[in-house]
Design a protein around this ligand. Structure first.
Ligand code: 2AM
Length: 171
């Protein structure tokens, strides 16, 4: 099973992100992330056995994430895969800490793949053209979060569906 840990935007924020995705899509083309798939990845686990996934579900049920607020105020671009994203203009220490803590625990669960660098971002477009943010609305959004989700990513060859398997406790 292909799994990742993510924050899921509340409905009002998801709507705003969808508007930014539409604006970017009209300028840069590519494949727009469907509204229901918008998320912030904290850790990408890759392929995990069903047995290990069950242990991760138990872990998530007992997990409490410190509540935080992430300021979304920048457009960004990963050139290779043509990803256009929104994120923060500065590193966010709380998200960085959360990412590190989660990977400490994932490694204790025997999961490899800790990346050397974490750039928090919300992917709006894939396989898009060059990002030219001139003329695009400046992102100015605040994301208050207090819960993390363990998500199963299912690719049926045409599109990708995300199914939540477990949520951390509300804090
Ligand atoms: P992306 O949006 O920048 O592609 C589910 O695939 C989530 O895990 C996406 O948010 C994706 O980020 C992220 N992710 C991180 N590393 C990945 C990898 N090596 N392969 C696929 N997805 C990855």
């Amino acid at each position: 099973m292909r799994l990742f840990l993510a924050l899921i935007p509340p409905p009002a924020l998801r709507e705003r992100l969808g508007e930014l995705a539409d604006a970017a899509h009209s300028r840069c083309g590519g494949r727009r992330t469907p509204d229901e798939n918008l998320h912030l990845t904290l850790a990408f686990l890759g392929k995990v056995s069903e047995e290990r996934a069950a242990a991760l579900v138990d872990w998530m049920h007992g997990l409490a994430v410190p509540p935080g607020k992430w300021q979304l105020d920048a457009w960004g671009h990963f050139r290779g895969p043509g990803i256009v994203w929104v994120g923060g203009s500065r590193p966010d220490p709380a998200l960085q800490r959360l990412h590190e803590t989660l990977w400490d625990r994932l490694e204790a669960h025997g999961i490899p793949g800790r990346p050397s660098r974490y750039v928090p971002h919300i992917t709006l477009l894939r396989r898009a053209g060059r990002l030219d943010a001139d003329g695009l609305p400046a992102p100015a959004l605040a994301w208050r979060y207090n819960r993390l989700e363990l998500i199963h990513s299912i690719n049926n060859g045409q599109d990708v569906r995300y199914t939540p398997l477990a949520r951390s406790q509300a804090t």
